[in-house]
Design a protein around this ligand. Structure first.
Ligand code: C2E
Ligand code: MG
Ligand code: MG
Length: 708
């Protein structure tokens, strides 16, 4: 705005001021000129007057003096004829209205009339008395010239010529009129000149201001507009070109080049800022923008936007075991797979961004969002299931996908991302390698879970985590052989929580390492305190270890420090790992187990039979025993298949020289069948439920007293 008034306005103002000054000067000039003209008119009129009347006077004098000398003789001799002739001749002179001749006694000799009407009449006017020379007198509309007629120094008479001034006055007026006419013509010319000058100056002003506006202000405005566009990033609107060959043209062209440069630079900066350098995909920042733009365009239409939150399963394992460089290569490969397969399965444009680490987000705008999203998610999961070859080895990964739909689930970008994350988490909980749609109920469950995780973080310090022990006895004599440590959480608000309710939370929240270490030490110390009981010599303690603990790499250290802290013999400690945890990464398990067993610690496979891993795996993994899952034991009496599988497991274990424990034994019939098949140890409610250490002590003492 300021530039608009600034340059053009100021320039116009300057021109206007200039014009005003010139107009003022012209007006002063005009006034002076008018005054001069008036003075000239005055002086000329006076001059004309003087000239006319002076000429008349001198003519009158001449005529009178001539007539006086001509009349000397005729008057002396009274030659009336001569007198008349001379007087009449004078009377005929222009302007002469009357001639009067008289003698020395002032009696009229001739009066200019033919009959000389006034002859002999005495003139009473004393002014006519002949003096010396010629006298002139001005009267009302007349000029009277008197002269004495002198003979030898004696006045013998006089004469009076009367001139009528009317003619002279007409003459004077005519002359004055002519003068005025001339003057008026001169004034008009002068006016025209002045007006012309002013007009030319005005025109010049307009032309100059137009030139300035066109040549200076307009380009400057154009540059200012362009600068504003650059500032706002509207590069497409900038159209700077000039055919001009002057400095302004050069400036405009330089400006255009600069705008180009800035645009390129900004594009490059944007590209760098908005692109994930590893995968080349849009990054988190770009995703936010993509979402914002798409959501803005959504409005009330019947389109929907699908956001898929894709998290690679077990990617950390690749990083941990093979290094970050390998991890990066895997990410690049998988990112490509996600992008290609998502687009292909959707049949429309799908924008894939890397959200961070091993997380990706795919966004698409489509109809029938749920149907299409499911198809795309399936395609991505399938594509990611195919192994990745790394250093000659095949790595199996997978992905968990959370799907959320705009506008059903959320209306803002951040809420959508949050929902996608929640749904993805749910997919992870559901066993990974699958997708889940977001739902509010899910959200509530998540909130609950988040709260639980929050509580769990402080649970150890607040000593809310307690270990319960469940006896393991020999099948036939039911003598106590050992106990399994089972974790309980005495939650201040929710009461006693079972592992199923929080172990998962601990694993996902990264708390399991800490809790696991605590459980190991606590269990070893607790069982060491039972050494004084004669009824329980050399009891073993089984401690459950989660897959994550095994993968973390410091399990062996934790175990040895627990043993050191408690003084428990290593042979009395058993670690229970679930079958699924072991076979998901067999190589790692074998390595870890070998190290553990070298220290004397026993390793058992928990929940055996549920993982469908096949009995042959058992041959490859170095373990000391298997625990038959309680689901088999529960169905033992009804399901012949379970009987067959249970007996096969027992037989295989015996052939491998490893032990077998059956868990979940609740009645005597189950005990009998297990005993028949040679299962050497059992654990279950039939014998005892898990109990705190003090109760376990009482239980042992009580049984010993009862003689079991
Ligand atoms: P698990 O290792 O298979 O433990 C046996 C589970 O079966 C225990 O459940 C036990 O209370 C239950 N049980 C024993 N006998 C019977 C029976 O006759 N009938 C029935 N219905 N159930 C019986 P719990 O204590 O709820 O533990 C569940 C799972 O939690 C455990 O399965 C184990 O995998 C995990 N867990 C427990 N404590 C820990 C721990 O300290 N660390 C880790 N990582 N996992 C643990
Ligand atoms: Mg167990
Ligand atoms: Mg079990």
């Amino acid at each position: 705005m300021s530039i608009r008034f600034g340059l053009q306005g100021r320039f116009m103002l300057a021109i206007l001021a200039g014009l005003l000054v010139v107009a003022g000067l012209a007006a002063t000039l005009w006034q002076r000129q008018t005054r001069v003209f008036a003075e000239v008119a005055q002086v000329s009129s006076e001059t004309v007057h003087e000239l006319t009347f002076d000429a008349l006077e001198s003519r009158g004098r001449q005529l009178a003096s001539d007539l006086a000398s001509q009349l000397v003789n005729p008057l002396y001799f009274m030659d009336m004829e001569q007198i008349a002739e001379r007087a009449d001749a004078a009377g005929r002179q222009p302007g002469v209205s009357s001639v009067l001749v008289f003698d020395k006694d002032m009696r009229v000799v001739h009066d200019g009339t033919a009959q000389i009407v006034r002859y002999g009449e005495r003139i009473r006017d004393n002014r006519d008395r002949p003096g010396s020379g010629v006298q002139v007198q001005w009267g009302d509309g007349v000029m009277e010239v008197r002269a004495a007629i002198v003979l030898a120094d004696n006045a013998i008479g006089g004469l009076r010529l009367t001139f009528d001034l009317a003619g002279v006055q007409i003459q004077q007026r005519t002359a004055q009129q002519r003068l005025a006419d001339r003057q008026s013509a001169a004034t008009t010319t002068y006016r025209i000149w002045l007006a012309g000058l002013l007009g030319t100056l005005g025109l010049l002003g307009i032309v100059v201001s137009w030139l300035v506006s066109r040549g200076l202000v307009a380009p400057i405005r154009m540059l200012a507009d362009a600068a504003r566009d650059i500032e706002a990033g509207r590069y497409r609107q900038i159209q700077l070109a000039s055919p001009r060959n002057d400095e302004m043209g050069e400036l405009i062209r330089s400006f255009a080049r600069m705008a180009d440069g800035v645009e390129k630079h900004e594009r490059e900066v944007r590209r760098i800022a908005y692109t994930d350098s590893l995968t080349g995909l849009p990054n988190r920042l770009a995703l936010r923008e993509i979402l914002d733009v798409k959501l803005q365009g959504q409005g009330a239409g019947d389109f929907a936007l699908v956001l898929m939150f894709i998290d690679l399963d077990d990617f950390k394992r690749v990083n941990d075991t093979m290094g970050h460089e390998a991890g990066d290569r895997v990410l690049i490969q998988l990112a490509d797979r996600i992008r290609e397969n998502a687009g292909r399965a959707a049949g429309i444009e799908v924008q894939v961004a890397r959200f961070g680490g091993d997380e990706f987000v795919a966004v698409m705008v489509c109809e029938e969002p749920r149907l299409r999203a499911a198809r795309v998610a399936d395609a991505i999961i399938d594509a990611l299931l195919a192994p990745v070859r790394l250093r000659g080895r095949e790595q199996f990964l997978g992905a968990s996908i959370g799907i959320t739909v705009f506008p059903d689930d959320a209306r803002s970008a951040s809420q959508l991302i949050k929902n996608g994350d929640i749904a993805m988490y749910q997919a992870k909980l559901a066993g990974k390698n699958c997708y889940r749609f977001y739902s509010r109920a899910l959200d509530d469950a998540m909130a609950d879970r988040v709260q639980l995780e929050h509580d769990l973080r402080g649970a150890l310090e607040r000593e809310e985590l307690k270990l319960y022990y469940q006896p393991v006895v020999s099948t036939n004599e039911q003598t106590l052989r050992g106990v399994e440590a089972l974790l309980r959480w005495e939650h201040p608000a929710r009461g006693l929580l079972m592992p199923a309710e929080f172990i998962d939370v601990a694993e996902q929240g990264g708390l399991i390492a800490m809790i696991g270490a605590y459980v190991l030490t606590r269990a070893c110390c607790d069982i060491a305190t039972l050494s004084d009981l004669h009824a329980a010599p050399g009891l073993f303690v089984s401690v459950n270890v989660s897959a994550r603990q095994m993968r973390s790499g410091d399990l062996v250290e934790h175990v040895s420090s627990a043993l050191a802290a408690s003084g428990l013999a290593s042979t009395r400690l058993r670690l229970e790992l679930t079958e699924t945890a072991v076979f998901s990464d067999e190589a790692l398990a074998i390595a870890q187990f070998t190290r553990l067993r070298a220290t004397g610690v026993r390793v058992w496979l928990d929940d055996f039979g549920t993982g469908f891993s096949g009995l042959s795996h058992l041959r490859r993994v170095p373990v000391d025993g298997v625990k038959i899952d309680r689901s088999f034991v529960a169905d033992l009496l009804d399901d012949p298949d379970d009987v067959a599988l249970t007996s096969a497991i027992i037989a295989l274990a015996h052939s491998l020289g490893i032990g077998v424990v059956a868990e979940g034994v609740e009645d005597l019939e189950q005990l009998r069948v297990l005993s028949e098949h040679g299962c050497e140890m059992v654990q279950g409610f039939l014998i005892a439920k898990a109990m705190p250490l003090s109760m376990l002590r009482d239980w042992i003492v009580h049984r010993a007293a009862a003689g079991v």
